[in-house]
Design a protein around this ligand. Structure first.
Ligand code: MN
Length: 576
């Protein structure tokens, strides 16, 4: 009996049991592509969530996650039956299901595109439990991807590799991230996968046999030093990460020392360091290969000691040393934090949440926050436990989507005009209207995360000055201003300056006017009119030049040149 089945049996009227029943009934008669009854899928998802030790609302949502989308059952029915919390998670998962990822080439780099999509994903989720259900959903779909047609397989595998696996990694869920990558790998790299399948198993096996012999020796010296590890076992490197490492090592398997690593789990941090010392006293470490991720965790929270030793027969072996808690967190990341919080009950064998864990949890949130460029000071409210599951890291940003599935990252309050300018200046300039999720909206409409925005353009349309009051991004504002200025220059009009009146005060002398006009002509400025005005009683006549230009840059340059002319006292101009 799986732990999910136990849970249902224990509380046959409980939330999870009722959700199971409801889901089975709603999906009755539906089949998966593989031919199995559809209910297998939500059940498997609920099982995964149970394994991750998530709370009942999340497990129930796992059972119900495809209900609103794929069955006649409605949002209201789910809410009436299971309450707001479960419905919120189900709705979140449904929303995420509508995001489409397309890896096709475009102006935005693939990396930015995937990153924006991951951000959209989190922003739409609002609650990490939504992400957990979606990850469990994807995990099961990947495990059963074989049943789908070829072209779909590739698309889903790509999406998994570029969106879901990195997302799980960000959340510290290495185990899930790694499995997702591995599952996607054969679909994305069939040739490479074949190579690995042909060449790796033997190397794995050889390495495993060797470690099998090493293991009792390790246990023996630890025992001699009064350390009783909780476990010593092997960890084979995953195909997907092995492949990217092999690329860096000329596809030479003998150089991958962590192809199979020895993993030692001990009781405390001090035992981690003691264990490393004892091992190094017997087998010297390979210089430069000691990595202390306990003192310096990876950005996603990963903690462990890694060292490569020179073991008997001069073989290099990677050893990973960590505590059980670290191991759990390394494998399950942010989910592990959640589980200690929800199940922080000594009765079911889990320790209650110590205060230090709260600090760690806040750290998780901080890591997510760091994702954002302008990170704010983190929320350290000790009551904000549940709030740790709230995804508010992107509360100043919204993520809107083009009809082609590209996600644009915009500030809150952004309008279709901001969106249009972010696509391209020309799209912004010629924008006349917008459709959001297929409905026409006004140009000052406030966009929301997940909105699919289609910009309607008209050739030769010019931006309007009133847009300056509507737009939220400086990018759009600058481009509108630039276009408006351009417009004045090319069309002319009454108000826009088109000519300059240059006034030069100089000592009159022979050849002065000739010299001045020559300089003006060399500046490629066309002279309309030139006259000399001499005021009575003034020794310095004014030369007035009217020119056909309003180009300030050009005029400023000209002024500098005119000032250098012998006899010139003052130079200035006005535009009209
Ligand atoms: Mn599903």
């Amino acid at each position: 009996m799986t732990s999910l089945e136990k849970l249902i049996k224990k509380e046959p009227k409980g939330l999870v049991a009722r959700a199971a029943k409801f889901s089975e009934k709603a999906h009755r008669g539906q089949k998966r592509k593989s031919g199995e009854p559809y209910f297998c899928h939500p059940k498997a998802v609920a099982e995964i969530l149970t394994k991750w030790n998530l709370d009942e609302a999340t497990i129930a949502a796992g059972f119900l996650h495809d209900i609103v989308e794929d069955t006649p059952a409605t949002h209201d029915e789910v809410e009436k039956e299971f309450g707001k919390e479960v419905t919120f998670i189900v709705d979140g998962v449904t929303k995420l299901g509508q995001i489409k990822y397309r890896g096709e080439a475009s102006k935005i780099s693939a990396r930015t595109k995937a990153e924006n999509l991951r951000k959209l994903f989190l922003a739409l989720s609002e609650d990490l439990r939504v992400v957990f259900v979606k990850l469990a959903d994807r995990l099961h779909n990947m495990r059963t991807l074989d049943a789908l047609p070829h072209n779909k397989q590739r698309r889903i595998a790509l999406e998994t590799d570029e969106i879901y696996a990195p997302l799980a990694y960000r959340l510290g869920m290495h185990n899930i991230s790694g499995e997702l990558r591995d599952l996607a790998f054969p679909y994305l790299h069939p040739v490479e996968n074949e190579w690995l399948e042909k060449n790796v198993p033997e190397a794995y096996e050889e390495r495993r046999r060797y470690l099998e012999k090493l293991k009792p020796e390790v246990e023996k010296i630890l025992k001699e030093n009064k350390i009783k590890p909780l476990s010593v076992d092997f960890r084979a490197k995953r195909f997907s990460s092995l492949y990217s490492k092999l690329l860096r090592y000329d596809m030479d398997l003998t150089r991958i020392y962590d192809l199979v690593a020895l993993r030692i789990i001990v009781k405390s941090i001090s035992e981690c360091y003691a264990t490393m010392g004892i091992i190094h006293s017997l087998w010297p470490p390979l210089p430069g290969r000691i990595k202390d991720y306990i003192a310096m965790p990876k950005p996603n929270g990963y903690r462990s000691i890694h060292t490569t030793i020179i073991a008997p027969e001069n073989k290099f072996v990677e050893i990973q040393i960590r505590t059980e808690q670290m191991h759990d967190e390394n494998e399950n990341g942010i989910a592990a934090h959640w589980l200690y919080k929800v199940h922080g009950d000594p009765k079911n064998g889990k320790m209650p949440l110590p205060t230090s864990r709260l600090a760690q949890e806040v750290q998780w949130v901080q890591q997510l926050r760091n994702w954002q460029e302008k990170s704010e000071s983190i929320n350290t409210d000790p009551d904000a436990y549940i709030n740790a599951m709230k995804i508010d890291i992107f509360k100043d940003r919204i993520f809107a989507v083009t009809p082609k599935g590209e996600v644009l990252d915009l500030p809150v309050g952004a309008t279709p005009i901001d969106f249009a300018y972010q696509i391209h200046t020309d799209v912004g300039n010629s924008c006349v209207g917008a459709k959001i999720n297929d409905k026409f909206v006004s140009l000052d409409h406030e966009l929301r995360s997940g909105d699919v925005v289609q910009i309607i353009t008209q050739a030769k349309k010019k931006p309007s000055a009133s847009w300056l009051k509507i737009v939220k991004t400086t990018g759009a504002r600058d481009k509108i201003r630039a276009a408006l200025n351009q417009d004045r220059k090319s069309i002319g009009g009454n108000r826009a300056p088109t000519r300059a009146d240059i006034k030069i005060t100089a000592e009159d002398r022979l050849g002065l006017l000739k010299e001045l006009t020559a300089i003006i002509t060399r500046s490629h400025i066309y002279i309309n009119d030139l006259k000399t005005v001499t005021h009575p009683g003034n020794n310095f006549p004014n030369v007035k030049v009217q020119c056909e230009t309003a180009d300030r840059k050009k005029l400023d340059k000209l002024l500098l040149k005119l000032k250098k002319v012998r006899g010139v006292r003052e130079v200035g101009y006005t535009l009209s």
